[in-house]
Design a protein around this ligand. Structure first.
Ligand SMILES: NC(=O)c1ccc[n+]([C@@H]2O[C@H](COP(=O)([O-])OP(=O)(O)OC[C@H]3O[C@@H](n4cnc5c(N)ncnc54)[C@H](O)[C@@H]3O)[C@@H](O)[C@H]2O)c1
Ligand SMILES: N[C@@H](CCC(=O)N[C@@H](CSCO)C(=O)NCC(=O)O)C(=O)O
Ligand SMILES: [Zn+2]
Ligand SMILES: [Zn+2]
Length: 379
């Protein structure tokens, strides 16, 4: 390979400061070191979490950085000791690593992995605690161990899932975050049973994937809650059976839902990142067994609260990261499910732009009509 072992100069969208438009820069991407993989990113989508970190409200947000964590690409080269992928493999970078060896991975209780988290949280690689990205010699931080808003990125080998090469990368890039998160929140975290009543707060990509997962699990009623009434038409196609707009009611939304469901829902999901809504999502659950899953990411300094009596009387409060899926083991399985048409992916893509148009894409995700915008990184 001509580029193997060489620094690659390519285009990347650099977030120099919170909330300032990203700048397409010529970025130098160093070769992968031991245990690392350099990936040519073909397509990346934007997730609300990218916007959250860009806003400056993420306590782990470091600047300048290269954001992006929902993508697909092809391995360009690998560092020493990398055995599970090789140049030419089609891959999805995984912000939730899976080393299969650490205390977390071996626990059988969680999909969280401890192997590289201390580095990915501070924007560097484990090997030398440095970045592989620079602009004219100035280091640029990594983000979530993925940094996919770049034509090339370097990830840890435990953070890359090898997938079926026949899968269209411009679609399956979505399996890097939002869709698995929603499906897994239902299947792995809540374990929704057939016949359940489900409430979903927030009908963006994550909330719609929760609806899709709940429908597949055989939920009887799937109640979608959003302050944007335009969401309902789309939501019906993902399995939502009823729509509630909190703005149409004077009563607290939890009371509206308790009244609608003879005492509360079996499962609720907060897919917004709003701590007041998290409280409502817990409190609309049925006494004795209702379970609420926090999926949304709330800003630094935000805290949740409720009366402890809500838990004493049997409601359960949980959270999920990447829907509880073990990334390297299960992302390839999700890709196969997509290829067999057992899960939706195309339906979440409302816009297609190029990496150079990334600021327009951020505007779009704040405008409401956009679920996922996929960027072509190589044009
Ligand atoms: N836990 C995880 O692993 C994980 C993974 C992906 C995304 N997330 C988080 O999930 C959340 C959703 O992500 P997304 O990409 O679907 O976002 P999104 O912005 O597309 O969707 C959010 C939806 O919430 C609605 N909304 C906003 N305020 C509301 C309110 N007060 N009441 C009801 N509805 C309201 C919006 O109209 C929108 O439809 C974000 O916080 C994101 O950071 C978490
Ligand atoms: N740095 C943030 C944490 C944000 C967060 O919770 N991220 C989710 C994934 S969101 C994807 O769109 C996650 O996986 N968390 C577990 C982990 O980061 O290990 C903050 O501090 O607020
Ligand atoms: Zn995400
Ligand atoms: Zn691990």
């Amino acid at each position: 390979m001509a580029t193997h072992g060489q620094v690659i100069t390519c285009k990347a969208a650099v977030a120099w400061e919170p909330n300032k438009p990203l700048v397409i820069e010529d970025v130098q991407v160093a070769p992968p070191q031991a245990g690392e993989v350099r990936v040519k990113i073909l397509f990346t989508a934007l997730c609300h979490t990218d916007a959250y970190t860009w806003s400056g409200k993420d306590p782990e947000g470091l600047f300048p950085c290269i954001l992006g964590h929902e993508a697909a690409g092809i391995v360009e080269s690998v560092g020493e000791g990398v055995t599970e992928v090789q140049p030419g493999d089609h891959v999805i970078p995984c912000y939730q690593a899976e080393c299969k060896e650490c205390k977390f991975c071996k626990s059988g209780k969680t999909n969280l992995c401890g192997k590289v988290r201390s580095a990915t949280g501070v924007g560097v690689m484990m090997n030398d605690r440095k970045s592989r990205f620079s602009v004219n010699g100035k280091p640029i931080y990594h983000f979530m161990g993925t940094s996919t808003f770049s034509q090339y990125t370097v990830v840890h080998d435990v953070s890359v899932a090898k997938i079926d090469p026949t899968a269209p990368l411009n679609k399956v890039c979505l399996l890097g975050c939002g869709v698995p998160t929603g499906l897994g929140a239902v299947w792995n975290t809540a374990k929704v049973e057939a016949g359940s009543i489900v409430a979903i707060f927030g009908l963006g990509t994550v909330g719609l994937a929760v609806a899709e997962g709940a429908k597949a699990a055989g939920a009887l009623r799937i109640i979608g809650i959003d302050i944007d009434p335009k969401k309902f038409d789309t939501a019906k196609n993902f399995g939502v059976t009823e729509f509630v707009n909190p703005k149409d009611h004077e009563k607290p939304i939890q009371q509206v839902l308790v009244d609608l469901t003879d005492g509360g829902v079996d499962y609720s999901f907060e897919c917004i990142g709003n701590v007041s809504v998290m409280r409502a999502a817990l409190e609309c659950c049925h006494k004795g067994w209702g379970t609420s899953v926090i999926v949304g990411v709330a800003a630094s300094g935000q805290e949740i609260s409720t009366r402890p009596f809500q838990l004493v009387t049997g409601r359960v409060w949980k959270g999920t990261a990447f829907g509880g899926f073990k990334s390297r083991s299960q992302v390839p399985w999700l890709v196969e499910k997509y290829l067999k048409k057992e899960i939706k992916v195309d339906e979440y893509i409302t816009h297609n732009l190029t990496l150079a148009e990334i600021n327009r894409a951020f505007d779009l995700i704040h405008e409401g009509g956009c679920l996922r915008c996929v960027l072509d990184c190589q044009v």
